[in-house]
Write a protein that binds this ligand. Structure first.
Ligand code: FAD
Length: 543
């Protein structure tokens, strides 16, 4: 079999390597229009801070190594400019000379990825405006920002790439601004979780502009829509990516509603001899039950393996994607899986969420820290829809456990029972994921009721009664205006101070003491008590 692969990085290189493992005699030619194949896109931002000291470290394998180790032909600086379906050939252009030739295939794999979106803004074409997609891009950006005259750098876009570039340039002693059009950065996270990220970013002395539009890029500054000026000797645009579908479109391959190339469960396009994987395609979302676009390395590589297998008649079960990702933001590790609460509601799920803040290790251990975990589940089935975790410790481990359960169609009951490894150095006997599930099952079975931190402002304006069960000293440091302070340690003696005939909202710092207070009140005949789920730190009404 002769297989031609378009794109020589995540999906493309994985396809080629898998084919070789399946078939020693296959002829495999991989075309890459850039000068490098098989580089770590995900590590690109880390060159800006020196974590990856030189760009050659970003390249995992060059064409010579592909040849010697896998007997694969990687043709770099050669762009496929047309797919000739009827002849089963591709037209290839040498990038340096513009010469063209045709190469035939039995099977064709498209893994051309996605390109950065450039907004139609005045000044976008200037040489101090950058995007980050490949090794050449990061070399250019790094070289430019090394000039001492380049002090202020503005990042347009607060997604994964924007935030990672910001952090790494900050580590290189640059003064950074992030400009984000939406009210929050990091769209996969709900706004309550994103606030923690915002704080971390601002604490690092990065200027964060949200709800901000770019009106103009000038040589040393950006003008925002509302007239504010943001200093910028260099600008990095990272507002998202769009799938590279030009070749597919010109070859009349079917494009899905999301704008990605349409494929079946084996990644076969509308032409049976042509496969497509990675950022260029649309994929079935296991939770949303509809096609989505998902630009992540793990799915691209796994899809490549499935597609290569299919070329050789090997079947794989395709469950679809769930969208798991992680990022470090300064001192915080952040991870998410499945869908967030906002998406769940928009998609019409009857969904609820719990938000727990629990130690990631036994509190006596030196590196124990609070972990914020939000769990989203369907009502009344308890099926887990998604989760987000943020903390200094292993947020990714917690999210990976939940990702596993979502993949298996698991529920909050399953998560409550899952037995995880434990030592005080690694976790707590009842891990934070178990705790979140316990709270979720309590809520589901109506054992107590909750409101979310995001409801607090509305309730306050409706003159609701808040009981703050933190200690007096904590209360003195800041509290919700007009809240009644009855520390949990005094609750039983002072219960009579809490009226029985009106709704009462109990809160503390992390919703744990307040949960105990709520249960005590319920067991003493109070019927209108609710716990405020989430952190006091998320309530912005305190005095
Ligand atoms: P790519 O890996 O982009 O490869 C496509 C290649 O095809 C490109 O090199 C392109 O030049 C080539 N090509 C396109 N058209 C042609 C043509 N006509 N002829 C020849 N060659 C062509 N994902 C994560 O999961 N975690 C992360 O932490 C993460 N961090 C990232 C950080 C950065 C800076 C970037 C840019 C991406 C990151 N990603 C991350 C996303 C991840 O890299 C992509 O999802 C993944 O690489 C997609 O694989 P792909 O094969 O579809 O496309």
């Amino acid at each position: 079999m002769k297989v031609v692969v378009i794109g020589g990085v995540a999906g493309g290189a994985s396809t080629a390597a898998r084919i070789r493992r399946l078939d020693e005699n296959a002829e495999v030619i991989m075309f890459e229009r850039g000068p490098h194949v098989s580089f770590s896109n995900c590590s690109l931002p880390f060159h800006l801070s020196g974590i990856v000291p030189t760009t050659d470290k970003l390249i995992m394998m060059d064409p010579q190594q592909f040849k010697s180790k896998y007997n694969l032909e990687a043709r770099v600086s050669q762009e496929v400019i047309a797919i000739n379906k009827e002849r089963q050939t591709v037209t290839v252009r040498f990038v340096e000379t513009d010469e063209v030739y045709e190469e035939s295939y039995d099977k064709l794999m498209l893994s051309p990825g996605a390109k950065p979106i450039l907004p139609a803004v005045q000044g976008i074409e200037q040489r101090h405006v950058f995007t980050v997609r490949n090794v050449v891009d990061i070399e250019r950006l790094q070289r430019y920002t090394q000039f001492s005259a380049v002090e202020n750098i503005a990042i347009i876009g607060g997604g994964f790439i924007g935030v990672e570039v910001a952090e790494n340039l900050h580590a290189a002693n640059k003064k950074i601004s992030i400009i984000q059009r939406a009210p929050q950065i990091m769209k996969p996270y709900d706004d309550d979780m994103a606030q923690i990220m915002h704080k971390e970013i601002m604490d690092a002395n990065i200027d964060l502009y949200v709800n901000a539009d770019v009106a103009k890029i000038a040589t040393d500054h950006i003008v925002l829509g509302d007239g504010q000026i943001v200093k910028a000797d260099a600008v990095v645009v990272a507002i998202g990516v769009e799938p590279e579908t030009k070749l597919a479109q010109e070859a009349n391959l079917e494009i899905g509603k999301t704008g990605g190339i349409k494929v079946d469960g084996n990644y076969v396009t509308s032409d049976p001899a042509i496969y497509a994987v990675g950022d260029a395609i649309e994929v079935y979302h296991q939770v949303l039950h509809k096609p989505v676009r998902l630009a992540l390395a793990g799915p691209a590589q796994k899809q490549a393996r499935v597609a290569a297998d299919h070329m050789y008649g090997i079947t794989n079960r395709n469950r679809g994607v769930i969208g798991s990702s992680s990022i470090r933001i300064f001192n915080l590790n952040c991870a998410t899986t499945g869908i967030n609460e906002k998406t769940a509601k928009e998609a019409g799920f009857q969904a609820d969420s719990v938000y727990v803040i629990a130690p990631d290790k036994v509190g006596l251990m030196p590196s124990s820290n609070a972990l914020h975990l939000k769990l989203i589940f369907e009502v009344p089935t308890g099926k887990i829809l998604g989760a987000q975790a943020i903390g200094k410790g292993n947020a990714d481990k917690r999210i990976d456990v939940i990702a596993m359960l979502i993949t298996m169609g698991g529920t909050i009951e399953d998560l409550k029972d899952v037995e995880l490894s434990y030592s005080p150095l690694f976790g707590t006997a009842k891990d934070v994921v178990n705790m979140a599930a316990l709270v979720a099952t309590n809520i589901s079975y109506g054992r107590f009721k909750q409101v979310h931190v995001s409801d607090v402002r509305r309730l306050y304006e409706e003159n609701a009664l808040f009981v703050d069960v933190r200690e007096e000293k904590e209360f003195a440091n800041g509290h919700i205006k007009n809240a009644l302070n009855i520390p949990l340690s005094q609750l039983r003696e002072r219960m009579a101070e809490i009226p029985k005939d009106r709704a009462v909202y109990v809160h503390c710092r992390s919703a744990q003491r307040s949960y105990n207070a709520v249960m005590a009140l319920l067991n003493n005949g109070y019927t209108q008590v609710k716990n405020v789920s989430g952190s006091f730190l998320g309530i912005c009404l305190y005095e």
